[in-house]
Write a protein that binds this ligand. Structure first.
Ligand SMILES: [Zn+2]
Length: 113
């Protein structure tokens, strides 16, 4: 399960960061998760529960902010919010677009004590 290894690295990062700041426990992790990150929310939460057992992040709340997919058209410059895999400009219907948001998979902040 891909999400399990992602969850493990989240736990490792969170625990290292907490220790670096002299905290003994991670109580909350604020995470940005893009729709196009390739990681599903439910298995990630499940993986986190497993991975955090016995670590300083055990019992921490995983607060996930889902980032929608937005694209910018290289032809007309318009920015559109789109559904996954629908890489077409809503304004001029060009397929020449770049992804602006939706690939995020990052820890934004930690709550520690
Ligand atoms: Zn366009």
């Amino acid at each position: 399960m891909h999400e399990l290894s992602v969850a493990q690295s989240i736990v490792e990062t969170a625990v290292e960061e907490a220790q670096a700041h002299g905290a003994s426990r991670v109580v909350g992790i604020n995470l940005q998760l893009g729709r196009m990150s390739g990681v599903q929310r439910e298995p990630l939460e499940f993986g986190f529960e497993i991975s955090s057992k016995g670590t300083a992040a055990e019992g921490a709340t995983l607060k996930i902010t889902e980032i929608p997919l937005t694209i910018r058209c290289r032809s007309c410059g318009a920015e559109s919010g789109v559904e996954a895999w629908e890489f077409i400009c809503r304004v001029c219907e060009s397929g020449d677009v770049e992804i602006l948001t939706g690939r995020e998979l990052a820890i934004v902040s930690l709550d520690v004590e």
